[in-house]
Design a protein around this ligand. Structure first.
Ligand code: NAP
Length: 319
């Protein structure tokens, strides 16, 4: 049997992402054993019930003892305090990573608390759903998704390669870039779309006279897809916007300029400008499908077994 890449994986935080890592790492035999911990006794109990780890311990410090890979999977705003707590307990030569959706702030908050003999290699698996908690995870979450590593310039090459191999074993494609570049790219591909979804769903909610009826009733007109994104975890997303403030503000500035020009085109009845814009954006959707990052099936390939209602009786003029 092939030797696991890491002997002992410590997971701090076992929500959607942490539990998916646990499931996938176990299924792939990529780690010898898994020790896990979470903030609340309730989550720790659930992790034990689900059999996600070989051992569930009460404290972060106890979790990292003797682990050669530690992955912190908690909201980005909490990463600094956890680094301070585990720093003195990390094993010499261990690799410490995370899964946070923002990278520069995580590096800024965690790095000062870490001993020199530990390989700190931040990571962000660009994969997820709008669900949270240990029950929400699944082992295939990372398959054919990208995991971005943001190793510091002086990172140990062998340690980076080993972490890459770990994520590849979980099914991910791996890319490396600087933390700052990551934050700029994700500001436009993920953070701004979430902000727009949160805004539009909130705006509709404030139109209280239509919320209870028309907005929900006619949601298939586009609104419904925004509600899925706007259902994402409030703590996680509060932290992302606070942590990636500069990049999000930069992208928001560009977005506001573009929405102003579309507003102008609508006001002036400039159909050509609108058509050209929509033609360009449709090609982007095609590009995403072409590289296998989404399904070409209508409605993103969602199955709707409960929506497949029979047609009414055929029309007959005789009534
Ligand atoms: P989640 O399902 O809500 O799980 C969060 C975990 O963090 C839970 O175990 C929770 O413990 C723990 N936690 C929460 N606040 C904490 C704190 N202040 N100190 C210590 N532990 C704390 O979240 P998730 O979706 O797995 O997200 C985790 C990380 O992955 C975030 O940094 C997020 O940016 C990143 N990420 C998320 C997605 C996504 O789509 N969801 C995708 C990529 C990356 P309790 O259960 O005990 O409260």
């Amino acid at each position: 049997m092939k030797k696991p890449l890491f002997n002992r994986l410590a997971l701090i935080g076992v929500g959607l992402i942490g539990s998916s890592i646990a499931r996938a790492a176990k299924a792939q035999g990529v780690v010898g054993s898994i020790v896990a911990t979470a903030r609340s006794a309730q989550t720790r109990k659930r992790v034990a019930e689900l059999g996600l780890a070989d051992q569930v311990v009460e404290t972060n410090a106890a979790a990292v003892e003797g682990a050669d890979l530690v992955i912190v999977s908690i909201p980005v705003g909490a990463c600094g305090a956890v680094a301070k707590e585990i720093g003195p307990h990390l094993a010499a030569g261990a690799t410490l990573s995370d899964v946070g959706s923002v990278k520069a702030s995580v590096v800024h908050d965690m790095a000062p608390h870490l001993p020199k003999n530990v390989h700190f290699i931040p990571a962000h698996p660009v994969a997820g759903t709008e669900y949270s908690g240990p029950d929400a995870g699944f082992s295939e979450l990372f398959v054919n998704r990208w995991c971005i590593l943001t190793p510091p310039d002086n990172a140990d090459k062998a340690a980076v390669e080993k972490l890459k191999a770990f994520w590849k074993a979980l099914g991910a494609n791996v890319e490396t870039m600087t933390a700052e570049h990551h934050d700029l790219v994700l500001a436009i591909t993920s953070h701004l779309p979430h902000l727009i979804a949160y805004t539009i769903v909130g705006t509709a909610d404030e139109l209280s006279e239509v919320t209870e009826s028309e907005v929900l009733q006619f949601s298939a007109g586009g609104f419904r897809d925004f509600t899925r994104i706007a259902a994402s975890d409030p703590t996680m997303w509060r932290d992302i916007f606070l942590a990636n403030k500069d990049a999000v503000l930069e992208m928001l500035g560009r977005f506001n300029e573009d929405i102003a020009s579309l507003t102008k085109a609508i006001r002036r009845g400039d159909g050509e400008a609108l058509f050209e814009h929509f033609k360009r954006t449709r090609a982007i959707r095609k590009g995403i499908v072409d590289i296998g990052q989404d399904s070409p099936a209508p409605d993103f390939g969602r199955p709707h077994p409960d929506l497949k209602l029979p047609l009414p009786k055929p029309y007959s003029s005789e009534g």
